[in-house]
Design a protein around this ligand. Sequence first.
Ligand SMILES: NC(=O)c1ccc[n+]([C@@H]2O[C@H](COP(=O)([O-])OP(=O)(O)OC[C@H]3O[C@@H](n4cnc5c(N)ncnc54)[C@H](OP(=O)(O)O)[C@@H]3O)[C@@H](O)[C@H]2O)c1
Length: 322
Amino acid sequence: MRAAQIASLDGPSAISVVDVPEPTGADGEVLVDVHVAGVTFPEVLLSRGQYQLKPQLPFVPGSEVAGTVRSAPEGSGLRPGQRVAAFPGFGGFAEAVAVDPGLVFPLPDGLSLEQGAALPMNYLTMHFALARRGRLQPGETVLVHGAAGGLGTAGVQLAKAYGARVLAVVSGEAKGEAARAAGADEVVLADGFLQRVRELTGGRGVDVVADPVGGDRFTDSLRSLAREGRLLVLGFTGGEIPTVRVNRLLLNNVSVVGVGWGAFWSGEPGYVQEQWRDLAPLLERGALQPVLGSVHDLADAAAAVTELDERRATGKVLIRVR
Ligand SMILES: NC(=O)c1ccc[n+]([C@@H]2O[C@H](COP(=O)([O-])OP(=O)(O)OC[C@H]3O[C@@H](n4cnc5c(N)ncnc54)[C@H](OP(=O)(O)O)[C@@H]3O)[C@@H](O)[C@H]2O)c1
């Protein structure tokens, strides 16, 4: 079968499409015929050996897909032909992928396969971040950094679905459109965001900051928090891993909260399916509709990952496999 492969750690442009053996799904896995794969920032990092996981070369990246079940083990509750989203972790940029049944999710009828491929990584991470780690309550105000990106648009939508007011931080007006399409109440430019957040909250600040960007905006994110606010640390697309002077935490009674979705569920069997059951009603009633960006063919997988690397992505970048 055809698959996009990382064979050297020379960045996204070195990703190439090759023939590899098909997976069999023989080890109690679900074999999924991939229609669409979602592109996530970890693929940028993996292509340079900068991700926390360092698979042996060569390997097929692709953490999330949507497609149809080719075969499923007895007792999985899944049947051939069924439309699913799935989180294989690796191997998704390919015509077929074998996935642990605990990481395969039936797709509601109202969602396209494109939307399905945008769900697993970002919506499950943001569900964990906002609901569990951030203890978000209806009526609270949430600031989302990188709000036009994959994780960011998911965060905006979920926070809205939970009844929050959402301020979306983006680097430019064009990206503001994607954040608004996700449902943001206000769009704020990253440059000078603290002042604008203070104006928009009457000086009070926000209850939760969801931050996949990090870098030099971190201290201003802390300053953006209202009393007992929570800053959710999700990632570092901005490059630098920030440090925090902990006196800032006691001065305003605020918390910095780490969010590592993969690290959490890998030690908690069944948690991800529990999360999907929480999201299913929101998906079924259309409250979560991923904001889609560009769609690339599998042959152009390198270009798809490069789009995230060069900070050009607005909405979810996808790879169409068939
Ligand atoms: N903690 C977890 O469990 C978890 C799970 C999934 C993903 N993540 C992490 O979350 C982060 C976001 O992933 P994603 O898939 O949403 O990526 P994405 O779609 O590329 O979005 C990332 C956003 O970061 C902002 N950004 C700021 N500086 C950047 C730079 N130098 N290069 C690229 N983007 C930059 C961009 O927004 P502006 O241009 O508007 O600033 C961009 O929209 C990654 O670090 C990823 O590893 C963490």
